[in-house]
Design a protein around this ligand. Structure first.
Ligand code: ZN
Length: 239
């Protein structure tokens, strides 16, 4: 653990040196760590409202508090990945296990075969879904109902709904719509998981995400759709 943390510090220094920054060294790294932690001081946490959504089309149903970690993304950690999962079970099974404190894992969202979406963890928090701390801290996890060896589970309604969800995430955090940033659980370093499996149709999914992104109202447009999908923006306006 210690070795890994030290490695991350070195990597950051290397980036700073590469960028030609004049102030380089341990002090810079320590400041970066401090910036990530200041909001954990008593009274500094952002207010959260039970049931508040990041995706307008979702229904809130909370995951167990044991299956995620409080954070303040994207202020403390940059969000630049979406991780696609397949449940290996039903929508109801996913909700049940993510509410189970003994499960030790949960994703931000679950998408059903009929296109319904449950949000179980806020996007500002770190969900334990990828089995890799670094990837968890920088990503949003989306589970999909079904089994990796049953292509018929991946319905038109599921692809369309998931693509709208991912498009919203990409819009909120400026994430490029490509296979470097929208990845399968199988592609997470160190994982032994194989989902979403060979039947998940990336060549179909990514264009659908791009299309959904293009169809979104641009920021500042005062349509009802733009307003209803802006939990984070609305909160910022109030403050
Ligand atoms: Zn997975």
């Amino acid at each position: 653990m210690g070795g890994r943390k030290a490695q991350r510090g070195v990597a950051r220094r290397a980036v700073l040196i590469g960028g030609g920054a004049a102030l380089v060294g341990a002090g810079v790294v320590a400041q970066d760590e401090l910036r990530r932690l200041w909001w954990r001081l008593p009274g500094m946490e952002k207010k959260r409202v039970e049931g508040e959504l990041d995706h307008a089309g979702a229904v809130w149903t909370a995951a167990s508090r044991a299956n995620w970690r409080r954070a303040d993304r994207p202020d403390d950690y940059t969000i630049d990945r979406v991780v696609i999962h397949v449940v290996q079970g039903s929508y109801r099974t996913a909700l049940r296990v993510f509410k189970d404190p003994g499960h030790g894992a949960a994703a931000h969202y679950v998408v059903g075969k009929d296109g319904r979406v449950a949000q179980m963890i806020r996007e500002l928090d770190v969900a334990f879904h990828a089995g890799n701390r670094d990837v968890n801290e920088r990503s949003i996890g989306i589970e999909h109902e079904g089994f990796v060896d049953r292509p018929e589970d991946f319905t038109d309604a599921m692809y369309a709904s998931s693509a709208r969800l991912t498009a919203g995430i990409c819009a909120r955090y400026g994430i490029p719509v490509d296979r470097e940033h929208i990845i399968g659980h199988v592609e997470v370093p160190g994982t032994d998981h194989t989902d979403p499996g060979p039947h998940w149709d990336w060549d179909r999914y990514l264009p659908m995400v791009r299309q959904a992104l293009a169809a979104r109202p641009s920021p500042g447009t005062t349509t009802a759709g733009a307003a209803s999908d802006g939990v984070r923006r609305d909160g910022a306006n109030v403050a």
